[in-house]
Design a protein around this ligand. Structure first.
Ligand SMILES: [Zn+2]
Length: 83
């Protein structure tokens, strides 16, 4: 993964890159993408920030999960930067 390990959160604290399960509504369904690298802020881990590339990849995984009918899907970054 070529992201910096930390970033500055919107609240000014340091946010660390960590894997996290991200549960989200995609269209009409709840889908959890597992092991997404996100920045978590120290403020009770309430602040979550996704690098832009990760967000794009999460959307791809959600689309795939949705089309297959999966409630969970593992995050993968294998086709980052691909076409
Ligand atoms: Zn914060």
């Amino acid at each position: 993964m070529d992201f910096p390990k930390t970033t500055t959160c919107v609240c000014g604290r340091t946010a660390e890159l960590r894997p996290k399960d991200v549960k989200t509504i995609y269209k009409d369904r709840y889908i959890t993408v597992e092991n997404v690298p996100v920045y978590l802020c120290e403020a009770y881990h309430q602040h979550v920030k996704l690098p832009r590339k990760v967000r794009a990849q999460v959307r791809k995984r959600l689309k795939l999960a949705y089309s297959k009918g999966y409630p969970f899907i593992l995050y993968k970054s294998d086709n980052l930067g691909g076409k």
